[in-house]
Design a protein around this ligand. Structure first.
Ligand code: ZN
Length: 346
């Protein structure tokens, strides 16, 4: 156990170190001395509804947020803002990237809202290009978006790449088509519309407005913009400096490699169990755990993992009545899961 723990710690640290040097590199920040051209892409449109789990389709949310984001960004000097479309129309991903090229865009931000088939996932995530300078720029700006969303109270599901099945290009069309034209593009998945933890964030126009304001703030910080009224000045703000990767940054396609559950205490009433969990994933990070005390028949809602830590101690309320066993699952950034050993309670 002790050896495994040490191994887990070392591996997690190596992941942390792999991510850390980013901050140590000199910022290659673009200051807005010249005009910055931003393209905002409201995801979906026309017959392409996007996520339609709720009565209001995703395309309605993305347009509402995009319009606020544009209005907010236009409060800054030296920035020109375009939307890929303002009418409710069908537009291919290639056409969106072509539009960005036509206006000589410095960056394209594709706005989206998420859902999961299980309805269990919650939080914000950003998809970025997988190669070169585009990756560095994407990762750096994605970090700004996630800082904003975490401030709103949303769970951070991370900054991710996804490679297509050919192994040679980005999976998501808007990122791939923009990369072909040498335009950095990121997909901003604000939150999950189908999970109770996130659904309150889209319940009113005021709430959606906050996303637009936060999106604009992230971009203003990244580009070091100064507001027209002179009240906000991000010229000295240093966004995360991300070194250009030597080769394509691949996504994690495997489940966490190790998880162990060690019972620390099970109280006399048979209600609470305290368990030390140790988990590791060499390629990404652990981000959720869940548990079952009916032999895997039903599982708890996903709980946030103490991100970056190999170990966490959790207290589980299993209700009254003796339970036979307790088992855990841990999930990585890509929602792949691994089950723990079974803790026998009798
Ligand atoms: Zn979408």
């Amino acid at each position: 156990m002790r050896t495994l723990f040490k191994k887990a710690t070392a591996l997690i640290l190596s992941i942390a170190v792999a991510a850390m040097p980013l901050a140590a590199f000199a910022a290659s920040k673009v200051h807005a001395a010249e005009e910055i051209i931003v393209v905002i892409d409201p995801g979906h449109g026309g017959s392409n509804l996007g996520t339609d789990y709720l009565p209001i389709p995703e395309k309605t949310y993305t347009m509402a947020v995009a319009l606020v984001m544009k209005e907010e960004l236009e409060k800054y000097e030296n920035v020109q803002v375009f939307l890929t479309h303002t009418d409710d129309i069908d537009m291919s991903l290639k056409e969106r990237a072509e539009f960005a090229t036509s206006v000589n865009a410095d960056f394209l931000f594709s706005l989206h809202f998420n859902m999961s088939l299980s309805h269990a996932l919650y939080g914000s995530e950003i998809w970025v290009p997988s190669t070169g300078q585009l990756y560095s720029q994407g990762f750096s700006v994605a970090n700004e978006f996630l800082i904003q969303f975490e401030e709103m109270g949303l769970f951070n599901r991370g900054i991710k790449t996804r490679i297509g099945s050919n192994g040679k290009s980005d999976y998501y069309g808007i990122i791939r088509e923009s990369a072909l034209r040498n335009i950095p593009a990121v997909i901003v998945e604000h939150c999950h519309v189908d999970n109770i933890k996130d659904s309150s964030y889209i319940q009113s126009p005021e709430k959606l407005r906050e996303f637009g304001i936060r999106d604009a703030e992230a971009v203003a910080r990244y580009f070091g913009l100064v507001s027209k009224d002179g009240k906000t000045d991000y010229r000295e703000y240093a966004p995360l400096a991300v070194p250009v990767p030597a080769s394509r940054v691949y996504n994690d396609t495997t489940a966490p490699s190790f998880v162990s559950a060690n019972l620390l205490n099970y109280d006399q009433t048979g209600k609470y169990a305290t368990v030390e969990l140790t988990a590791l994933d060499e390629e990404s990070l652990i981000q959720y755990y869940s548990y079952s005390y009916d032999n895997g028949l039903t599982w708890s809602a996903l709980q946030p993992w103490a991100k970056g830590n190999p170990t966490m101690t959790v207290s589980i309320n299993m209700g009254y009545g003796k339970k036979d066993s307790l088992i855990f699952k841990v999930y990585n950034l890509y929602d792949r899961s691994t089950e723990s050993n079974v803790i026998k309670l009798n």
